[in-house]
Design a protein around this ligand. Structure first.
Ligand SMILES: Cc1ncc(C[n+]2csc(CCOP(=O)(O)OP(=O)(O)O)c2C)c(N)n1
Length: 364
């Protein structure tokens, strides 16, 4: 397992991992502080969104507490023109790629259709149908190769694709199909699997009899396991395999061992299927605390942590105010993006809905 920071925040590059370790040599103190700021931002956003859901402001919340190192590290390992195909829990990766956080909350309140423009950010839409995003990513990566944007040596033009997938989702047929197509076409694709130990109430052991990082090997997709609670491992391993993919070495699978500390979603009660002792074990391995210990060892002072805390409170206020200010969208939005061209059946349904709404009388 690739690990550079132990749970006490002590840093070391173990023998044999130098090819990954060299990616850390290029990091400056500003990069370290950015990693911490964004991990803390992700956590504060999560806590506030959860509270907003509990107060009836959101239809659903999908917590990612505990997965900050996996997401912020890998998000920063993705560069240049690369494209990202997330599942539905990648709020931290979204932060690293400029997604407006309110657009995630609007989707979970049901006032937009989950739309942001991937062309602006290269961060594609959340995919709730498990595993489908791996096929979307494979198709995109195959297209990149057909367009001749792999392995040319032109750093401004070449690109790779990353897709995020859960441990449970690896059991879906789509993921195996994507392995086959990506390997056979030597596609520039990295799979980043956050093994957070649970697929709702199903433990990882019920999805696989071999470690997940070996799942792709029979298809020709090699893999590695990393400590997903170590932001430096997550960054370095993602950056290296994205570089390799961009240079033409084909697909690769990263299994980041982490833990979902919160519920699967706000509709789930994890106390029904897992023990508190297990949760406590992982809380003691909190990725944010581990990185804080590392930074303090590096000499980062209290002022920085105070500033980050204040920024978190400001973010929380900002998203609360913005959520309370949201208004209902016009009903035609529901019909606007079904087809690219107008369609008589859709027009008919819209007319029916308008008559139905009018039947309640003015002001209803
Ligand atoms: C094809 C499909 N089957 C079932 C579901 C219901 N479902 C939503 S999330 C989930 C568990 C997924 O677990 P995992 O892939 O480990 O990701 P995590 O939620 O832990 O991030 C299930 C079964 C779905 N969304 N899509």
């Amino acid at each position: 397992m690739v690990q550079f920071l132990n749970p006490e925040g002590e840093f070391g590059v173990p023998k044999g991992l130098e090819a990954y370790g060299k990616y850390l040599d290029a990091l400056t103190e500003a990069d370290y502080l950015k990693f911490y700021r964004d991990m803390a931002r992700m956590r504060r956003f999560d806590l506030e969104a959860n509270a907003l859901q509990r107060q009836g402001q959101l239809g659903l919340w999908i917590p990612a507490i505990g997965q900050e190192a996996a997401q912020i590290g890998s998000g920063y390992g993705v560069r240049g023109n690369d494209h990202i195909f997330p599942s539905y829990r990648e709020h931290g990766v979204a932060i690293t790629h400029g997604i407006e956080l309110m657009s995630i909350l609007k989707m979970l309140r049901g006032v937009n259709h989950g739309g942001w423009n991937p062309e602006e950010t290269r961060f594609h839409l959340y995919a709730i149908v498990l595993g489908t995003q791996t096929l979307h990513a494979t198709g995109y990566a195959m297209g990149v190769a057909f367009d001749g944007k792999v392995g040319t040596g032109n750093k401004d033009e070449d690109l790779a694709v990353i897709t995020y997938v859960g441990d449970g989702a690896t059991a879906e047929g789509e993921v195996s199909e994507s392995f086959l197509f990506a390997a056979n076409n030597k596609s520039p694709l990295v799979y980043f699997c956050q093994n957070n130990q649970w697929a709702i109430s199903s433990p990882t052991a019920s999805q696989t009899t071999v470690p997940l990082f070996k799942r792709g090997a029979g298809f020709g997709v090699p893999g590695v396991r990393i400590d997903g609670n170590d932001v430096l491992a997550s960054y370095a391993v993602t950056a290296k395999h994205m570089d390799d993919a961009r240079e033409g070495s084909g697909p690769f699978f990263i299994e980041a061992l982490t833990y979902r500390i919160g519920a699967h979603t706000s509709s789930d009660d994890p106390t029904k299927y897992r023990d508190q002792a297990e949760v406590d074990h992982w809380v003691a391995r909190d990725p944010l605390k581990r990185f804080e210990k590392f930074l303090r060892r590096q000499g980062v002072g209290e002022d920085f942590f105070t500033e980050v805390e204040a920024a978190g409170e400001a973010l929380a206020t900002e998203i609360r105010d913005a959520t309370f200010a949201l208004t209902e969208p016009p009903i035609e939005n529901m019909f606007n993006h079904v087809y690219s061209e107008p369609h008589p059946r859709i027009d008919e349904q819209f007319e029916w809905l308008k008559r139905y709404e009018a039947s309640f009388g003015e002001g209803n």
